[in-house]
Design a protein around this ligand. Sequence first.
Ligand SMILES: Cc1cc2nc3c(=O)[nH]c(=O)nc-3n(C[C@H](O)[C@H](O)[C@H](O)COP(=O)(O)OP(=O)(O)OC[C@H]3O[C@@H](n4cnc5c(N)ncnc54)[C@H](O)[C@@H]3O)c2cc1C
Length: 574
Amino acid sequence: MIHEHDVVIVGAGLAGSRAAVELAANTDVAVISKVFPTRSHSSTAQGGVGAALANEEEDYPEWHMFDTVKGSDYLGDQDAIEIMTYDAPRTIYELEHMGVPFSRTPEGKIAQRPFGGHTRNFGEAPVRRACYAADRTGHVMLHTLYEQCIKNEVRFYNEFLMLDLIIKDNVCRGVVGMDIRTGEITVLHAKAVMFATGGYGKAFKTTSNAYASTGDGMSITYNAGLPLEDMEFVQFHPTGIYRLGILITEAARGEGGILLNGKGERFMEKYAPTVKDLAPRDVVSRAIYTEIREGRGIGGKDYVHLDVRKLGKAEIELKLPEIAEFCKTYLGIEPSEELVPIQPTTHYAMGGIPTDYDGRVIKDKNNTPVLGFYAAGECACVSVHGGNRLGTNSLLDTVVFGRRAGKDIAQYLRSAKYEPLPDKPDGGAREKIDKILNGKGNEKIHVIRKEMQEEMMDKCSVYREEKGLKPLTEKLKELRERYNKISITDKGTTYNTDLLEAIELGFMLDNAEIITACALNRTESRGAHTREDYPNRDDVNWLKHTLISKTDKGFSLDYKKVSITKFQPKERRY
Ligand SMILES: Cc1cc2nc3c(=O)[nH]c(=O)nc-3n(C[C@H](O)[C@H](O)[C@H](O)COP(=O)(O)OP(=O)(O)OC[C@H]3O[C@@H](n4cnc5c(N)ncnc54)[C@H](O)[C@@H]3O)c2cc1C
């Protein structure tokens, strides 16, 4: 079956929904999503969205820009960061007018709270920059944008899994997908396609990410012969619930929570004397690991405590109700009275599909665009986060660059037409599905997935070194060979979750291999990428973006210049 739409957006999270809202009034736009739109991962975002509104204290976009550049360990592109941080206040008011119910100050202004790495006056002290709706910020933003989409009659294909991307002669012509409810394969022929498919956190054992965060868009782009950028930079959030990885938002520390080691000491004073527990995530995650390694975990185990007791029950119920619920449900803990056990958890993809700041996917270091192909949100790399993302900047990234991509697509459509589809555009997707459904091997997907997730967590997380990354490369090769010999039990067409999981495992294996190859290649420590065998940042050799592409013999690497405008790289101190 073939459907035609001017624009097909893959992903109904914040980035995809924001682009759809931008386009809906004048364009035939379809959004496809493998989960129901409001169940997209964006709905889990808790703590806030950054903007220098100065509602609670003095603040300026320039300070926001500086913090983001410094937080990125100087790998973020400063032209893109400037666009994002200066557009942030307008973006927030726009969301407010669409209906996002932000929390309020007593005078009725949008309330703001401090977040890691956000400071006043170029690093002097933490600043209140995160606009929030209790600890359900992503949830309310996503529901508001979804309502706007419905109002504007965006066509949704829900529970529809994208399998392939159609690009010919450098022009994107559509995607191929499967209706999960019926197993039917459909080609969506379009003048422009946008990916907003989110991150790959599920490739790791401990993660804050949703089940659907399997990095599909990145894998499909890579397999279409296009590069991915800075894939070695994986963010680990310091405060995942011990063993489960479920997130305790940084807002818990923004509101006054502190970290304590096994001796009951507030250890962040040692690692970041100025901002302490509100240092950026890479700094806090390394500090926690260091405490644990030096025997100061709780009872010698691999976790530390988050202490929010001094906030009191009423304040917690008002500002962090969801977190309080998580603690009660998953740990049986009342956070106003007890300490919360936490450890770093895989959280966010800083790298992804390279784009310019209008969301146009680029295919080389000279920023050559692929016509009609766009990406935004966590699957994309603009790059505003560089080596390490500051909390609240992802939600901002989705809505600023989702909107910009929508605007550019509208412009592109003025002269674009439906380019002919190649012969058998769905051939690759059908072959892939047939192979899985007819597989007769002994390998089981849940076993391969578990081994991959454990190995990635063990050898490619907060600390990395050649000694671990090389065997990991071999292990992933072995898992890939075993993946080629899988068989699944359900051979049906209706809601075949066995098939879905098998396909997603293929995407995750791609991402795991790519992340590992890039991590092995970058012989320095920068942002979230900490090589124990190369502990220093090396601006002479490595102040550059990595581009990794698929070749017949495996992969090839290339590099792209970092855009440096206002702020020259210097040592990061907090
Ligand atoms: C617990 C948690 C708390 C967070 N809190 C904050 C915060 O307070 N502030 C902040 O700035 N950031 C936060 N983040 C990060 C932020 O939420 C995400 O980075 C952001 O929401 C990603 O949005 P997105 O639109 O790019 O993708 P997502 O919201 O992940 O959406 C991806 C979409 O793509 C679809 N999709 C994927 N693959 C396919 C496929 N093959 N076929 C069809 N559809 C597909 C999915 O169905 C989904 O609709 C948090 C993250 C987590 C996990």
